[in-house]
Design a protein. Sequence first.
Length: 310
Amino acid sequence: MLDNRQYTGCTINFMTTEVSYKVHKTVRNPEDQWQIIPNTQEAIIDEDTFNRVHELREHKHRYTACGRTSLFSGLVFCGDCGSKMYFGAANTMKPNLDFFRCSQYKDNRGGCKIHYIRNEVLYQLVFDVIKQAADFISQYEDVFLYLYNKEHELMIAKNLAACKHRVIANRNRIQDLDKLIARAYEDNVLGRIDDERYRSMTAEFEKEQRELKEQQKKDEAALKNASQEKADLHVFLNAIRECIDLKELNGTIVNTLIQRIEVFNPVKVNGKRHVPVKIYFTAVGVLDIPDEDEILKIMCEISKDKKASA
Ligand SMILES: [Zn+2]
């Protein structure tokens, strides 16, 4: 994978957009049957995706005094201080100068720098990134899912099953420990065990119970997360497949596909000012698109996995 976690390959300057990754269309699929990766695609469809889309779309669009708004309102955050970025527009200003700036910036008196980015530049950037993602996923959905699964291990059915199994086993053990604690108390009252033995026994039981309860909380949260991730991935895939011939962005596309945009302080690259921007997709996060060699390597890995599980 390209090492672009830091800036998602979307380093831009104010005039043009440079997306540093490219999907090479000349990569040939060496086998016919790349279509389905085990345990990734089934079950996703069961989720209540409608509600999730609805939830994702509920970004507030604040209008400026002059009545203009941005598709990205509510989605843009300062990469350096984490605050929301405000959308700015004015009647005295041409719409192509509408901009975002860090809400903590107050003419150099506030807690942060301006992080200025024009709405138009952001539009082009998001448009390009969505197109690149659509291009990549439409050609190599199997590669995409393979990489996705690597990062979301719980999505793989056997991990999910193990987690569910542990939740049930731990729940039973927690109940058993309650009984053991009660019995130790009884034994102590009836004089069958002395106070010291009683104290050390219950301390042990309680310690085990505490640890199990903690693990239980983590597992339950992970299971909940996994089903949410599945639903979100389904939403993402459905929406991105529609973007292959994307002509322009609209609120539905942006709010369904984009979870968050972070704008960082400018950096100098070869003497030029660049504004690093990170774009997080719904369910997927920052999408690193592999290059030609990496795609071929991943295809070999998929093929090996298939043979191993056949
Ligand atoms: Zn800031």
